[in-house]
Design a protein around this ligand. Structure first.
Ligand code: SAH
Length: 217
């Protein structure tokens, strides 16, 4: 086994399993996807530290524990179709793609969207579809989704994302009234115009910038 593969196993054991990640499909996907392929090459040795890392455009790849926690909270199953807002490096989308049928991922930086697309192609992850645009508006063409996840902090729950869920669908999103801190929420669409919100934990994400998010500076 290579050194990185060993570190990946340790990451799954120490940072995920020991800290309460239980969903088998999530643990398997995290043990499979090579995080070193989603970060700058000269940072490969840091790939399995439990910390965020820079990916360009002032953005970051999220810390593995938080990625696992969010994906576990989505309560995914194999036939699901999923919406992912904030493609970034594509790491979270890659993990989700190992668990579900199809994933639709939206990114507001064209450079990041293009790089992620090439990465998915190279790694053979062919059930991930990428759109360059404002993810606060979702991706209506492929709605409804069984679940959705947002990897950037929002001032409110963007209504378009709730509207694009099936009844029973789950949206996992960091929401906070300042750009510095958020509460990670699971929003369950329980009816045509009804939702149930659960607070999962406190988190720190880069801001969700868009029409139903923070306004551009
Ligand atoms: N899931 C990513 C995390 C990237 S950080 C990963 O695994 O690497 C969050 C990303 O959200 C950034 O790339 C940022 O550019 C993007 N983002 C912020 N606002 C957005 C919006 N309105 N629509 C789409 N992407 C957005």
């Amino acid at each position: 086994m290579t050194r990185l593969a060993q570190q990946k196993e340790k990451m799954v054991e120490n940072h995920l399993r020991r800290r309460g990640i239980r969903d088998k499909a999530v643990l398997e996907a995290m043990a499979e996807v090579p995080r070193e392929k989603f970060i700058p090459e000269d940072m490969a040795h840091l790939a399995y530290n439990d910390s965020p890392l820079p990916i360009g455009e002032g953005q970051t790849i999220s810390q593995p524990y938080i990625v696992a926690l969010m994906i576990q909270a989505m309560e995914l199953s194999a036939q699901d179709r999923v919406l992912d807002i904030g493609t970034g490096s594509g790491y979270a989308a890659a993990i989700i793609s190992r668990i579900v049928k199809a994933i639709y991922s939206v990114e507001r930086y064209q450079t990041l969207a293009e790089t992620a697309k090439e990465r998915f192609h190279r790694l053979g992850y062919d059930n991930i579809h990428v759109l360059y645009g404002d993810g606060t508006q979702g991706w209506p063409e492929h709605a409804p989704y069984d679940a959705a996840v947002v990897a950037a902090g929002s001032p409110d729950i963007p209504q378009p994302l709730v509207d694009q869920l099936v009844i029973g669908g789950r949206l996992v999103i960091p929401v906070g009234s300042t750009q510095q801190f958020q509460e990670l929420l699971r929003v369950r669409r329980t009816g045509e115009s009804e939702v149930k919100e659960e607070r999962l934990t406190s988190v720190r994400f880069v801001p969700l910038v868009g029409e139903a998010g923070w306004k551009e500076a």
